[in-house]
Design a protein around this ligand. Structure first.
Ligand code: HEC
Length: 414
């Protein structure tokens, strides 16, 4: 019963989390696009500063932007804040649900650091809060006068935090906390800066005073940070199914590269929508950043880093003491994986084969070979935090099995 609740609860939370995040990011993209595309209007008292026309769903929309504020406050205003708050709240519960409730499986890797669940959760939550405080202080410091300098320091700060998480959590837990930290900065921007500033503007208008334009400017700066962070945050949020992305000892550099790739792609669109030209250079820069990230993620063998070349890893016979796969593979999988990945798992707390991956017959092992090689041979994503104590030799056997299967396929093709 408990396991079923855990599974369904996780699924439902993730469902709401993704929906609210889509709404939030959608509105972030939408308003960045609108802001970029506004056509300036002559400055006349009471008039808008910019306008644009849109067409959607069978109608025409005429949007006008009032920098600072209109002279008269309209009776009804649509605020955009709950998309952001609900994404953060559901994300926070999901973090607890998946990573703190099942900390032994997902968060605590004894090979990295042996800590208790309470300590792990405390480090995680405190880092999110402290992370926001530091970022907010940076934005309020004199550094913030220079957008580029602020971005550079913020970039270094996120990489440092990614490195820090790698020192205390499992590789997968480190990536999710880096993403959660960035998402906390983004929601903090909305809840602590953008919306309160907007309220000050509204309050001034209601009093019949002229609002201070600095509030709008600060809000725009924070909302621009949010915009540039969206793509990297989403990468980190989906990374947990792709262990190659987070398993390298240099995963914090991968975070940096994803930040670069995501930011330049956003930049391309922001500039394009503003009719400031097509900055095509953004695409090769993003591609190079991603290629370096892929290169870093390749497991290191004695012969050096192998680039996408599964077939070049050592042959099964190179691994001392193990006969040629797949008998050896079947044996390894049976003793290290099948207690969880079976029709009727025997591992306490696991009631159905996790993610539908069943590894209890030779045919199934053969069918899932790619996943087995990636999750247990090339990376240490499985068994979770090496709970069944798989040895390095066994991982090498899985890799060489992957290699020999690839090699065979190539030979058949030739
Ligand atoms: C202690 C139980 C346990 C053991 C042992 C275990 N796994 Fe898993 N496995 C899980 C859980 C739990 C998940 C779901 C992870 C998630 O929610 O992302 C999973 C997920 C997976 C997935 C799917 C990953 C995804 O993101 O879709 C693969 C593939 C996998 N395991 C392979 C293996 C292999 C190969 C072994 C043996 C080397 C192994 N597992 C051992 C519990 C286990």
């Amino acid at each position: 019963m408990e396991g079923i609740l855990l599974e369904w609860g996780g699924m439902l939370l993730r469902w709401v989390h993704i929906i609210t995040a889509i709404a939030w990011i959608g509105s972030s993209f939408y308003f960045m696009h609108i802001d970029a595309a506004l056509k300036p209007l002559p400055r006349v008292k009471n008039a808008a500063d910019g306008e644009l026309w849109e067409v959607h769903g069978g109608g025409f929309y005429h949007v006008q932007k009032y920098l600072v504020a209109p002279e008269q406050l309209p009776k009804e205003l649509i605020w955009h804040k709950w998309e952001s708050y609900t994404s953060w709240i559901t994300g926070f519960f999901l973090l607890i649900w998946v990573y703190y409730v099942s900390a032994e499986v997902y968060l605590i890797d004894p090979a990295v650091r042996q800590i208790s669940v309470g300590v792990a959760a405390l480090i995680g939550i405190a880092s999110l809060l402290l992370g926001w405080v530091v970022y907010d202080a940076l934005c309020k410091s004199p550094l913030a006068k220079n957008d580029v300098a602020l971005a550079a320091v913020g970039f270094a700060y996120i990489i440092f935090m990614a490195w820090f998480f790698q020192q205390v959590f499992s590789a997968r837990g480190a990536f999710i906390h880096t993403g959660a930290l960035m998402a906390t900065m983004m929601t903090g921007n909305v809840a602590m800066v953008i919306i309160p500033n907007q309220r000050k503007v509204v309050a001034a208008l209601l009093k019949g005073e002229a609002p201070d334009p600095k509030y709008g400017k600060i809000g725009k700066q924070r909302s621009t940070h949010n915009n540039y962070l969206t793509l990297p945050v989403i990468f980190l949020m989906i990374s947990n199914h792709y262990p190659l992305s987070y398993s390298s000892p240099y995963a914090y550099i991968v975070v940096g590269l994803i930040l670069v790739a995501g930011a330049v792609i956003r930049h391309f669109y922001n500039e394009r929508h503003a009719h400031r030209g097509n900055h095509w250079w953004a695409w090769p820069v993003a591609a190079i950043a991603l290629l370096i990230a892929i290169y870093i993620s390749m497991p290191q063998t004695s012969a050096g880093r192998k680039f996408l070349g599964l077939g070049d890893l050592p042959a099964a016979t190179d691994v001392a003491g193990f006969p040629k796969a797949p008998e050896a593979v079947a044996e390894i999988v049976t003793s290290r994986c099948s207690m969880c990945h079976a029709h009727e798992p025997v591992w306490q707390g696991i009631h159905t084969a996790p993610k539908g991956v069943r590894l209890d017959t030779p045919e199934l092992v053969q069918r899932w070979r790619h996943e087995i090689v990636v999750h247990a041979g090339l990376t240490r994503a499985m068994p979770p935090n090496n709970i069944t104590e798989m040895s390095e030799e066994e991982r090498a056997v899985l890799r060489s099995w992957g290699g020999s299967v690839e090699g065979q396929k190539r030979a058949e093709l030739n």
